[in-house]
Unconditional design. Sequence first.
Lengths: 120, 109
Amino acid sequence: GAVVSQHPSRVICKSGTSVKIECRSLDFQATTMFWYRQFPKQSLMLMATSNEGSKATYEQGVEKDKFLINHASLTLSTLTVTSAHPEDSSFYICSARDLGDGTGDLYEQYFGPGTRLTVT
Amino acid sequence: GQNIDQPTEMTATEGAIVQINCTYQTSGFNGLFWYQQHAGEAPTFLSYNVLDGLEEKGRFSSFLSRSKGYSYLLLKELQMKDSASYLCAAMDSNYQLIWGAGTKLIIKP
Protein backbone atom coordinates (compact mmCIF):
# COMPACT_ATOMS: atom_id res chain seq x y z
CA GLY A 1 0.00 0.00 0.00
CA ALA A 2 0.82 3.71 0.15
CA VAL A 3 1.78 4.24 -3.47
CA VAL A 4 2.26 7.68 -4.96
CA SER A 5 2.49 8.19 -8.69
CA GLN A 6 3.78 11.14 -10.67
CA HIS A 7 3.21 12.04 -14.26
CA PRO A 8 5.08 12.66 -16.44
CA SER A 9 8.32 11.00 -15.39
CA ARG A 10 10.32 13.09 -17.84
CA VAL A 11 9.46 16.22 -19.75
CA ILE A 12 11.40 18.48 -22.06
CA CYS A 13 9.91 21.86 -22.84
CA LYS A 14 10.93 25.08 -24.47
CA SER A 15 11.72 28.20 -22.52
CA GLY A 16 8.62 30.29 -21.89
CA THR A 17 6.15 27.43 -21.91
CA SER A 18 4.28 25.96 -18.96
CA VAL A 19 4.47 22.41 -17.67
CA LYS A 20 2.03 20.61 -15.41
CA ILE A 21 3.11 17.75 -13.15
CA GLU A 22 0.55 15.50 -11.49
CA CYS A 23 0.95 13.72 -8.18
CA ARG A 24 -1.55 11.05 -7.17
CA SER A 25 -1.93 8.93 -4.07
CA LEU A 26 -3.19 5.64 -5.46
CA ASP A 27 -4.42 3.71 -2.45
CA PHE A 28 -4.84 6.22 0.32
CA GLN A 29 -6.20 9.67 0.94
CA ALA A 30 -3.59 12.36 1.27
CA THR A 31 -4.75 15.43 3.10
CA THR A 32 -1.27 16.87 2.77
CA MET A 33 1.10 16.68 -0.18
CA PHE A 34 4.56 18.14 -0.47
CA TRP A 35 6.45 19.36 -3.51
CA TYR A 36 10.24 19.16 -3.53
CA ARG A 37 12.91 20.15 -5.98
CA GLN A 38 16.29 18.50 -6.11
CA PHE A 39 19.28 19.73 -8.08
CA PRO A 40 22.10 17.31 -8.93
CA LYS A 41 24.09 16.14 -5.92
CA GLN A 42 22.01 18.25 -3.57
CA SER A 43 19.41 17.41 -1.00
CA LEU A 44 15.69 17.76 -1.30
CA MET A 45 14.42 21.32 -1.09
CA LEU A 46 10.84 21.73 0.03
CA MET A 47 9.01 24.10 -2.28
CA ALA A 48 5.52 24.04 -0.85
CA THR A 49 3.05 22.19 1.30
CA SER A 50 -0.32 21.52 -0.24
CA ASN A 51 -3.45 20.85 1.77
CA GLU A 52 -6.59 19.58 0.12
CA GLY A 53 -9.11 22.32 -0.47
CA SER A 54 -6.92 25.19 0.64
CA LYS A 55 -4.10 27.30 -0.70
CA ALA A 56 -0.61 25.90 -0.69
CA THR A 57 1.99 27.16 1.75
CA TYR A 58 5.15 28.14 -0.07
CA GLU A 59 8.65 28.11 1.35
CA GLN A 60 10.63 31.30 1.46
CA GLY A 61 12.12 32.14 -1.89
CA VAL A 62 9.67 30.07 -3.92
CA GLU A 63 7.56 32.16 -6.27
CA LYS A 64 3.95 31.14 -5.89
CA ASP A 65 2.96 32.82 -9.16
CA LYS A 66 5.55 30.79 -11.00
CA PHE A 67 4.93 27.44 -9.31
CA LEU A 68 1.18 27.01 -9.18
CA ILE A 69 -0.07 24.26 -6.91
CA ASN A 70 -3.57 22.88 -6.88
CA HIS A 71 -4.75 20.19 -4.47
CA ALA A 72 -8.29 19.75 -5.63
CA SER A 73 -8.96 16.31 -4.22
CA LEU A 74 -7.67 13.97 -1.55
CA THR A 75 -5.76 11.97 -4.14
CA LEU A 76 -4.45 14.56 -6.59
CA SER A 77 -2.15 17.54 -6.43
CA THR A 78 -0.69 19.34 -9.42
CA LEU A 79 2.34 21.58 -9.82
CA THR A 80 2.44 23.89 -12.82
CA VAL A 81 5.72 25.53 -13.70
CA THR A 82 4.71 28.64 -15.59
CA SER A 83 6.93 30.40 -18.11
CA ALA A 84 9.67 27.86 -17.54
CA HIS A 85 13.31 28.86 -17.91
CA PRO A 86 16.44 26.70 -18.17
CA GLU A 87 17.23 27.37 -14.49
CA ASP A 88 13.97 25.61 -13.62
CA SER A 89 15.41 22.38 -14.97
CA SER A 90 15.47 20.03 -12.02
CA PHE A 91 14.09 16.85 -10.49
CA TYR A 92 10.66 17.55 -9.00
CA ILE A 93 9.38 15.11 -6.42
CA CYS A 94 6.06 15.02 -4.64
CA SER A 95 5.24 13.19 -1.45
CA ALA A 96 2.03 12.52 0.39
CA ARG A 97 1.29 12.04 4.03
CA ASP A 98 -1.34 9.58 5.11
CA LEU A 99 -2.73 10.22 8.55
CA GLY A 100 -5.84 8.20 8.03
CA ASP A 101 -5.31 4.50 8.13
CA GLY A 102 -3.08 3.99 11.11
CA THR A 103 -0.68 1.70 9.28
CA GLY A 104 3.02 2.27 9.04
CA ASP A 105 4.81 5.00 10.86
CA LEU A 106 2.83 8.08 11.71
CA TYR A 107 3.71 11.10 9.58
CA GLU A 108 5.72 9.04 7.15
CA GLN A 109 5.89 10.67 3.75
CA TYR A 110 5.42 8.48 0.71
CA PHE A 111 7.32 9.73 -2.29
CA GLY A 112 6.37 9.69 -5.92
CA PRO A 113 8.99 8.55 -8.45
CA GLY A 114 9.85 12.10 -9.45
CA THR A 115 9.66 14.15 -12.65
CA ARG A 116 12.78 15.17 -14.52
CA LEU A 117 12.15 18.56 -16.10
CA THR A 118 14.49 19.89 -18.76
CA VAL A 119 13.88 23.37 -20.14
CA THR A 120 15.71 24.17 -23.37
CA GLY B 1 18.08 27.94 13.08
CA GLN B 2 17.35 24.41 11.97
CA ASN B 3 20.17 22.26 10.73
CA ILE B 4 20.99 18.69 9.82
CA ASP B 5 24.57 17.49 9.43
CA GLN B 6 25.71 14.26 7.88
CA PRO B 7 28.89 13.27 6.04
CA THR B 8 28.96 13.98 2.33
CA GLU B 9 30.41 10.67 1.24
CA MET B 10 31.49 7.34 2.69
CA THR B 11 33.13 4.28 1.19
CA ALA B 12 32.79 0.72 2.45
CA THR B 13 33.51 -2.82 1.30
CA GLU B 14 30.95 -5.39 0.23
CA GLY B 15 30.03 -7.63 3.17
CA ALA B 16 31.21 -5.12 5.77
CA ILE B 17 29.33 -2.84 8.17
CA VAL B 18 28.99 0.93 7.86
CA GLN B 19 27.55 3.55 10.19
CA ILE B 20 26.23 6.84 8.83
CA ASN B 21 25.91 9.55 11.45
CA CYS B 22 23.50 12.45 11.58
CA THR B 23 23.22 15.34 14.01
CA TYR B 24 20.25 17.65 14.07
CA GLN B 25 19.03 20.92 15.52
CA THR B 26 15.34 21.67 15.09
CA SER B 27 12.60 23.78 16.58
CA GLY B 28 10.87 21.02 18.47
CA PHE B 29 11.22 17.39 17.52
CA ASN B 30 8.77 14.80 16.29
CA GLY B 31 11.05 12.10 15.08
CA LEU B 32 13.98 11.26 12.83
CA PHE B 33 13.67 9.62 9.42
CA TRP B 34 16.18 7.86 7.22
CA TYR B 35 15.58 7.52 3.50
CA GLN B 36 17.55 5.78 0.77
CA GLN B 37 17.82 7.43 -2.62
CA HIS B 38 19.35 5.81 -5.68
CA ALA B 39 20.62 8.14 -8.39
CA GLY B 40 17.79 9.54 -10.49
CA GLU B 41 15.10 8.08 -8.27
CA ALA B 42 12.91 9.36 -5.46
CA PRO B 43 13.72 8.59 -1.83
CA THR B 44 12.38 5.45 -0.23
CA PHE B 45 11.61 5.17 3.47
CA LEU B 46 14.00 3.17 5.64
CA SER B 47 13.27 4.01 9.26
CA TYR B 48 11.63 6.30 11.78
CA ASN B 49 12.81 6.86 15.36
CA VAL B 50 11.09 9.04 17.90
CA LEU B 51 12.21 7.35 21.12
CA ASP B 52 15.80 6.87 22.25
CA GLY B 53 17.37 3.60 21.30
CA LEU B 54 18.04 1.22 18.47
CA GLU B 55 15.47 0.01 15.97
CA GLU B 56 16.47 -2.99 13.90
CA LYS B 57 15.00 -3.92 10.53
CA GLY B 58 16.86 -6.73 8.89
CA ARG B 59 20.27 -5.56 7.70
CA PHE B 60 19.46 -1.95 8.58
CA SER B 61 19.29 -0.46 12.07
CA SER B 62 18.71 3.09 13.20
CA PHE B 63 19.64 4.67 16.50
CA LEU B 64 18.45 7.86 18.17
CA SER B 65 19.64 9.91 21.11
CA ARG B 66 17.30 12.85 21.63
CA SER B 67 19.42 14.42 24.36
CA LYS B 68 22.41 14.52 22.01
CA GLY B 69 20.48 15.42 18.84
CA TYR B 70 22.13 12.43 17.21
CA SER B 71 21.15 9.51 15.07
CA TYR B 72 22.92 6.89 13.04
CA LEU B 73 21.98 4.40 10.37
CA LEU B 74 23.82 1.09 10.55
CA LEU B 75 24.04 -1.09 7.47
CA LYS B 76 25.28 -4.66 7.87
CA GLU B 77 26.39 -7.27 5.34
CA LEU B 78 26.73 -4.58 2.71
CA GLN B 79 25.68 -5.42 -0.81
CA MET B 80 26.52 -3.60 -4.01
CA LYS B 81 22.89 -2.54 -4.34
CA ASP B 82 23.28 -0.54 -1.12
CA SER B 83 25.30 2.01 -3.06
CA ALA B 84 23.04 5.06 -2.82
CA SER B 85 22.57 8.32 -0.99
CA TYR B 86 21.17 8.11 2.51
CA LEU B 87 19.12 11.08 3.66
CA CYS B 88 18.57 11.99 7.28
CA ALA B 89 15.49 14.12 8.03
CA ALA B 90 14.23 15.45 11.34
CA MET B 91 10.59 16.40 11.88
CA ASP B 92 10.14 19.69 13.70
CA SER B 93 7.32 20.92 15.92
CA ASN B 94 5.22 21.79 12.86
CA TYR B 95 5.59 18.21 11.57
CA GLN B 96 7.76 19.56 8.76
CA LEU B 97 10.74 17.49 7.61
CA ILE B 98 14.12 19.20 7.74
CA TRP B 99 16.42 17.39 5.34
CA GLY B 100 20.13 16.75 5.47
CA ALA B 101 22.18 16.99 2.29
CA GLY B 102 22.55 13.22 2.15
CA THR B 103 25.47 10.85 2.46
CA LYS B 104 26.62 9.16 -0.72
CA LEU B 105 27.63 5.61 0.14
CA ILE B 106 30.01 3.88 -2.25
CA ILE B 107 30.34 0.12 -1.93
CA LYS B 108 33.49 -1.50 -3.29
CA PRO B 109 33.82 -5.20 -4.07
